[in-house]
Design a protein around this ligand. Structure first.
Ligand code: C2E
Ligand code: MG
Ligand code: MG
Length: 748
């Protein structure tokens, strides 16, 4: 069945089977069907009705000459106000059968039926008149005296009234259906747009309209309380959503909305309507402007009143829901969406898959934590606010902005409006806070919502690992989600769970690499290097240590190393190697634990090992990352008698000023420089500078990665004290070290 839409014409509701309403100005004729086998009667009827106007509209007469042809016609064209039917045609009661068919088979209830007969005495009995809802019964010969016009006018008026009632009923149905749709709406904008569409469909006018709100909580941040904001718009006004009413280019419309809000009443004008919704039910004040192009009839106004009461409650419910929403889905500091809101929005977009693909970008400010530490959290908060405002400016609605973690923002929106390169560009423009301005770089990870068919949580997780990948490439990097990234993340996850298992199962153990005094050729120390043996071989610490650092496993690993290192010290002493220092490596994250040094000293005391026999190695970058905390811990350790080495020296970017302040007994020269001995003059020059630096700050130098005799000789000749490398021995089990060095000294 075709769906009907209500249209308005000449002040009454009418049904039309087409979906596009007729222009209100057209004067549609009343259509009348005359069914009669009397050709003469049909001709005189046509003549009598020619040019006639009834109730302000012309008449269109359609003729049928039998019950059969009329039934056939009506099956395809039901749009008649009145049927004039001759009772006797093919059969004695053909007219009555047609009436029965119209009502019962075609279900046409509003169409009026007037029975005509040529012979007196054929009048149908009363119950037939009421059963088939026949309007009138009339002798053809009486038509002259009663007046054809009178008969038709009565029938048409009756048809018109019935149609109005039925349209009103249909209108109410629309209202109820609309109300159901309102309760499914989740945002003010959604419900505002729905209300416009429903009101337009109720009146059979176009959807050009605006919903303005005043005093709505969600508009307060963008404007003061009295500013009316456009919260929904459709048709030609669709672009104005989220702008103040006062900014509308058509000032007449802005004035109409402002007047309705100021006087708290609806306005009915010749070409538009403004409906006013009081605060009482809607919890904010609303005014809806609708471009009707014509004035409304009383019946339409009544319908609108019912509609408005329903819509009002809808607005109110949304306001309540959005209040709760704010608590659950808003970032408290920035007043923008939080992580939960982002997840919900992604899921919503995935459900309402439109034609344009959507993309999620994660943006992370580079060095924000450093900024926070250096300038304090008040300035840090202000910076985040400025960054959020800048991103909102570059990614206006329909893009969706959220903060999902400290300095990580998310932008969700149509792919053509979310270019991953725009986000870092937005932040590299100076951010002005008070009188200062700051420039930031940012890393980005982006993912297409179509890239994976899973839910919001999985998409954000995939985007996060893409962002992490970008960050690993340095400041300002951009990375797009790919299956390779996903795969790597999957592998890391797998390795992480295997590592947890290895820690429990004691599969981690230390190997010991000799450190040789270059002058005496004696073993004076050993670096403890951690090994993880899996069924398929050793996992290099360069792989699993960074992974452990990303989780709390690094603390468990630290504890394993300390326990095994002190046990090794005891065994070395038993083997006559009590002068050998065992050095362990400590990662930056281990220093987050303030009890680190205390526990280390406690363990040594419990095992009866002098603190002086344990060394710790920290990289230059570790010390730089958290200077005061790390140097504090190192000082404590040295004061207790332990030794400290700065590892991988020369690879970090520490300034000499920092280095001279580092509490270090040893500096370990990175393998890269040792590698250049005899081949790279620049590296040799750097080595000489580092050796000189050591002398100035009073630290002994340990060369790492010494693989050849000639490197060892060069280093000794240039004043390097200690060497470590394959030339003297690879990392080996403690027993092997004792076996090799236990009873003899090795010459360089
Ligand atoms: P590192 O502390 O700089 O350790 C020196 C690395 O150089 C070791 O690699 C060692 O096997 C390797 N090496 C030693 N001599 C030579 C040589 O002559 N030639 C070459 N090509 N390489 C040599 P490894 O054992 O793979 O350790 C890598 C890194 O893993 C270490 O660098 C250290 O930063 C970290 N690490 C190892 N064990 C631990 C641990 O117990 N705790 C922590 N936090 N980190 C550890
Ligand atoms: Mg080391
Ligand atoms: Mg090293």
């Amino acid at each position: 069945m075709q769906s009907s839409s209500v249209i308005v014409e000449s002040g009454t509701f009418k049904f039309r089977a087409e979906s596009t309403p007729l222009p209100a100005s057209s004067r549609r004729p009343w259509r009348i069907l005359s069914v009669d086998d009397d050709v003469g009667f049909q001709a005189s009827l046509s003549h009598a009705l020619e040019g006639k106007i009834i109730l302000g509209r012309p008449i269109e007469l359609v003729l049928a000459n039998s019950m059969g042809s009329a039934a056939h016609l009506l099956a395809n064209d039901r749009n008649f106000a009145v049927i004039l039917v001759d009772v006797v045609m093919e059969t004695e009661d053909a007219g009555l059968r047609l009436a029965k068919g119209v009502r019962e088979m075609l279900g046409l209830q509003e169409m009026r039926i007037v029975l005509l007969t040529g012979q007196p005495g054929f009048a149908p009995i009363d119950d037939v008149m009421s059963t088939y809802d026949l309007s009138d019964y009339c002798l053809k010969s009486d038509l002259g005296s009663r007046g054809l016009t009178n008969v038709l006018t009565a029938a048409i008026r009756s048809f018109d009234q019935l149609s109005t009632v039925s349209a009103a009923r249909r209108g109410l149905q629309l209202i109820i259906e609309a109300s159901n749709r309102f309760s499914a709406a989740r945002s003010i904008q959604e419900i505002a747009t729905a209300v416009l569409i429903e009101v337009a469909s109720l009146l059979g006018v176009s959807e050009d309209g605006i919903v303005a709100a005043r005093g709505l909580e969600c508009t307060l941040r963008v404007a003061n309380h009295d500013t009316a904001i456009i919260v929904g718009a459709a048709g030609r006004f669709a672009d104005h959503v989220n702008h103040p009413v006062a900014k509308l280019p058509d000032s007449a419309i802005a004035d109409a909305l402002a007047t309705a809000l100021a006087h708290r009443k609806s306005i009915a004008a010749d070409t538009y309507q403004v409906l006013y919704f009081p605060r009482q039910h809607a919890l904010a004040e609303y005014a809806i402007f609708l471009d009707t192009g014509r004035s409304l009839e009383n019946a339409e106004r009544e319908l609108l009143a019912v509609f408005a009461a329903n819509a009002s409650k809808g607005f109110g419910n949304i306001a309540l829901v959005s209040r709760l929403d704010r608590l659950a889905y808003e970032d408290e500091l920035l007043g923008i969406a939080n992580r939960s809101a982002l997840l919900r929005e992604i899921d919503r977009l995935k459900l309402t898959k439109g034609s344009t693909p959507n993309r999620l970008i994660l943006v992370d400010l580079d060095n924000f934590s450093g900024f926070n530490e250096a300038f304090g959290s008040t300035l840090g908060d202000a910076l985040l606010k400025a960054a959020a405002a800048r991103l909102a400016e570059y990614f206006p609605p329909p893009c969706f902005l959220a903060r999902i973690f400290a300095d990580t923002f998310a932008i969700l929106g149509p792919a053509d409006k979310t270019d991953a390169h725009t986000a870092p560009q937005a932040l590299t423009q100076p951010l002005v806070i008070g009188e200062q301005s700051f420039r930031f770089s940012a890393c980005c990870g982006d993912i297409s919502l179509d890239a994976t068919d899973v839910d919001g949580r999985c998409i954000v997780r995939a985007a996060t690992s893409t962002l992490r990948q970008a960050k690993s490439h340095g400041p300002g990097s951009i990375e797009s989600y790919s299956l390779a990234v996903e795969h790597a993340a999957g592998e890391r996850y797998e390795m992480m769970s295997q590592l947890a298992h290895a820690i429990e199962a004691n599969d981690l153990f230390l190997m010991f690499q000799p450190q040789i005094d270059l002058q005496s050729g004696r073993l004076i120390g050993t670096e403890a290097l951690l090994r993880w043996k899996r069924e398929d071989g050793f996992v290099p610490p360069g792989l699993f240590i960074p992974l452990a650092e990303k989780s709390s496993y690094i603390h468990a690993i630290g504890a394993i190393v300390i326990t095994q290192a002190t046990a090794a010290l005891k065994r070395l002493a038993e083997a006559g190697l009590e002068h050998v220092v065992v050095s362990i490596n400590i990662s930056p994250r281990q220093f987050e634990d303030p009890s680190l040094v205390g526990e280390l000293l406690g363990q040594l005391a419990r095992d009866g090992v002098p603190v002086g026999r344990l060394g710790i190695e920290v990289t230059e970058t570790t010390a730089m990352e958290n200077f005061s905390q790390v140097t504090g811990a190192l000082d404590t350790f040295r004061e207790a008698g332990g030794t400290v080495a700065i590892d991988d020296f020369g690879t970090g970017m520490a300034s000499l000023e920092y280095v001279s302040k580092l509490p270090a007994d040893h500096i370990k020269i990175d393998r890269a420089f040792v590698d250049g001995i005899g081949t790279d003059k620049r590296h040799e020059a750097i080595l000489q500078i580092i050796l000189e630096l050591g002398r100035v700050i009073g630290a002994k130098l340990i060369a790492e990665g010494v693989e050849t005799e000639s490197q060892a000789v060069w280093l000794r000749e240039h004043g390097c004290h200690i060497a470590q490398g394959w030339h003297f021995g690879r990392p080996m089990p403690l027993d092997d070290l004792i076996g090799q060095f236990g009873d003899r000294n090795v010459a360089a």
